[in-house]
Design a protein. Structure first.
Length: 134
């Protein structure tokens, strides 16, 4: 009798997982682990991962743009290939680059009040360009 109950349970759970098409995992979209990191991902792309608290998507987009720009600026300035101390002109160049060449490539609702996003700053030979900024 116990075996029959266990078998029935396993059949029901297996059937539900097959019907949902997720093998029992959540079907909500996720940001892959390789996109949950900050830094140079190629010679032409700098990646920023950020999470914000917001109830609406429009508010989340606004917060992400503001915070991701600042985070990108701060992280790029701290990269080992950048000069330890940037001139005011150099800081201005980095900030302009982050603002004009950056865009959110992925935005996901993680929970009722949490949103995660990936923002890329892209420019051909970005790393070489950044290395020339003083």
């Amino acid at each position: 009798r116990t075996t029959l109950i266990i078998l029935t349970f396993l059949i029901l759970v297996g059937g539900l997982a097959r019907r949902s098409g997720t093998n029992g995992r959540s079907s909500k979209p996720e940001i892959p682990p390789e996109m949950r990191r900050n830094g140079m991902v190629s010679s032409s792309t700098y990646q920023i991962f950020i999470t914000v608290v917001s109830r609406t998507e429009s508010e989340a987009q606004k917060l992400i743009e503001q915070e991701a720009r600042q985070k990108a600026f701060n992280l790029i300035c701290q990269e080992p290939f950048m000069p330890r101390v940037l001139t005011d002109g150099g800081k201005k160049d980095v900030r302009k680059l982050v603002e004009t060449n950056g865009r959110v490539i992925k935005l996901i609702r993680e929970s009722d009040t949490s949103w995660s996003a990936v923002r890329h700053v892209q420019k051909e030979n970005l790393r070489a360009h950044l290395q020339q900024i003083r």
